[in-house]
Design a protein around this ligand. Structure first.
Ligand code: GCU
Length: 622
């Protein structure tokens, strides 16, 4: 029997043996331009609500005792039924709709090691806790249901057949991020890609490209970090701008600023450039002393430039690429500027949720989300309340939409728990390193509707400062609550560049007079985005504009809201709640039917409600 040790942290005791395998943003690999070997497809699975796989070490797959006698097994990996991954099991199997505990997934796969490389496993997202075993050994543990995680599995893999086992646990708990109470459906599963990536021994783990804020749109900063502390040379290229710049990496890190005048990205003209980074071996320090810095790289590049051949490969350590837009999102006083032009953020909020696939949207689903937002007249969208699939930001880059991205520090989480803080900060780091090169992302949000307390203030101001240090090219916000005296006065605001405000006048506070009172009596010293307002309506349910849940009532709320907000000079953006109706276990009335009905469009994406056109008209008038 496995001895259960005492030092309970924030994870249940059966996870303790795997804490040393915890993976965070530190283990990431830069993905742009890399070949991957997908492990998506049919996996065997079994419900494991008592976490027996971890407790009884199924992953060891021990079939005989020390005398060689067969043991009775409580599992049969390859005889279990099959499920297509990635998916949310709640909508993949009707009998699993409300299941929120652990599920075991397993398959085998063929692998052939190649010389001088490392192999990483990347899982795009698994909700909420995931432990990975390869050939009977723990490979990694990850906490957090919306961000990618990586683990180096090179030394666990064998040539030929390999077995992978995932324990994915959708349990909710007060110490988690999010905690055990949210206003959205808790889908469980591995719901984004699962893939192997072969990388060179000295690989690029981070490659960041951005316009330097305050450089009059005339300077690009490039930074690179390797998986180890090796000295190297790097060559950065933007072919369409004729840029070929070399810079040195010392102890595995380096950066360079390059004068350039790229065509700027904006939602109406989302110009993107292909960029490339090649990292070269440097012979040794002495070699470098005799040559100008980076001469080895220069000679490699010259040979490339002269005769157009590929760079001499024996010097190349790693090569990565990306497709990026250059833009500057700035704040002056209480105004937003994109590329030096004043803008108003005409937005809408959106969950990652569909009737058929849960959170595992298809590419078509995502394209439809952005098209619908643009049809509404949006130049901006709030991806609530957690990081959505990375493809959303890539599509927003291509299709032209600015984004607010957010980590699920939602309502009253365990603000005095240091494990909870580390988890929230890691999810923020995983999000920033994943989406840093996305021009569409202009705001990082560190939370939503967190009632004020000293613990909450300390937790969130620390998180906001961490985000600001991690990324100088974006603004930091959070969706705050209206203060009890009906003014915009949250002490967290001084730690934010932008104050997000959620207010539901006309709905949860039916008296519209408070709406006017709030915005007339507040004097914020920085821009405000009304990150939520709205009301529910069942599509096709009609009645007076004062009868809750009629389309007329929702439309009237939007009319009153845009009238007051449109006349408030410090409101510089809005993302009403919400584009689509979405699943929600807290909404049980016969009209809601376990859906939050504040969508402007039905959850099947088929029908627009009257309020859709009220907001569309307002945005067209801006
Ligand atoms: C809150 C919260 C949302 C929720 C919404 C509602 O402000 O941020 O997650 O769904 O209001 O009550 O519908």
């Amino acid at each position: 029997m496995q001895m259960e040790n005492e030092n309970y942290e924030s994870l249940p005791v059966y996870y303790q043996p795997f804490l040393p395998y915890r993976k965070t943003a530190k283990e990431r690999i830069f993905m742009g331009g890399r070949e991957t070997e997908p492990l998506n497809g049919l996996w065997h699975y079994a419900v494991d609500q008592y976490h027996t796989c971890l407790r009884s070490q199924w992953y060891l797959d021990r079939r005989e005792d020390e005398n060689g006698s067969r043991l009775p097994l409580d599992y049969s990996f390859d005889e279990w039924p099959e499920i297509q991954l990635p998916c949310c099991w709640n909508v993949a199997k009707p009998e699993l709709f409300l299941y929120e505990s652990a599920m075991i997934f397993t398959r085998t796969f063929l692998y052939q090691r190649r010389k001088s490389e490392r192999t990483y496993l990347r899982i795009g997202a698994a909700n909420y806790l995931c432990v990975v075993f390869i050939n009977g050994k723990a490979a990694g543990l990850h906490e957090g249901g919306s961000t990618p995680f990586f683990m180096d599995v090179t030394d666990l893999l064998v040539d030929g057949d390999n077995r992978i086992i995932l324990s994915v646990d959708a349990s909710r708990a007060p110490e988690y991020v999010p905690m055990d109470n949210t206003d959205w459906f808790n889908y469980g599963g591995v719901y984004r890609d699962i893939e192997l990536i072969r990388v060179p021994v000295h690989a690029v783990k981070d490659f960041r490209v951005s316009l330097v804020p305050g450089s009059d749109f005339g300077e690009i900063e490039v930074s690179a970090e390797l998986t180890d502390t090796k000295d190297a040379e790097a060559v950065f290229e933007i072919p369409d701008l004729g840029i070929v710049s070399k810079f040195s990496l010392s102890q595995g890190r380096g950066s360079i600023r390059i004068k350039a005048k790229p065509e700027l990205w904006n939602p109406g003209d989302p110009k993107l450039y292909d960029v490339k980074l090649t990292v070269f071996r440097t012979e040794d320090k002495d070699e470098i002393k005799h040559q100008t810095a980076g001469a080895a790289a220069q000679s490699a590049v010259d040979s490339c430039v002269e005769d157009g051949n590929a760079l001499n490969t024996d010097q190349v350590l790693d090569e990565v690429s990306d497709r990026v837009g250059f833009r500057e999102f700035a704040i002056k006083g209480r105004d937003f500027y994109l590329n030096g032009k004043k803008i108003f953020l005409k937005g809408i909020s959106c969950h990652e949720d569909t009737d058929d696939h849960g959170k595992a949207l298809t590419r078509e689903d995502r394209v439809q989300v952005i098209k619908t937002a643009k049809e509404l007249g949006c130049n901006y969208m709030r991806l609530a309340h957690y990081p959505h699939n990375e493809e959303m930001a890539k599509l927003a880059d291509e299709m032209g939409l600015m984004l607010w991205e957010e980590i699920p520090v939602y309502w009253t989480i365990a603000f005095s728990n240091e494990d909870t803080y580390r988890n929230a900060e890691n999810q923020l780091d995983e999000l920033i390193s994943r989406d840093y090169n996305r021009a569409s992302v202009i705001i990082w949000s560190v939370g939503n509707e967190n009632p004020d307390s000293d613990e909450r203030y300390s937790f969130m101001s620390r998180l906001a400062e961490h985000a600001r240090q991690a990324d100088k090219t974006r603004k930091i916000s959070a969706a705050c609550l209206v203060s009890p005296d009906f003014t915009i006065k949250d002490r967290l605001a001084k730690s934010l560049d932008i104050i997000g405000i959620n207010e539901y006048y006309g709905w949860y506070v039916p008296d519209f007079d408070y709406l006017t009172k709030l915005f007339r009596s507040s004097r914020p010293d920085r821009p405000v985005i009304v990150s939520e307002f709205g009301g529910g309506a069942l599509y096709g349910h009609h009645g007076s504009s004062t009868e809750k849940f009629t389309e007329e009532c929702q439309a009237e709320i939007y009319r009153k809201q845009v009238e007051v907000l449109g006349g408030t000079d410090y409101v510089k953006g809005m993302s009403p709640w919400i584009l689509f109706d979405f699943r929600c276990p807290r909404r049980t009335s016969h009209i809601q039917g376990y859906y939050n009905r504040k969508g402007l469009v039905t959850s099947d994406r088929k029908h627009r409600k009257e309020a859709f056109y009220v907001l569309q008209e307002f945005y067209r008038s801006k």
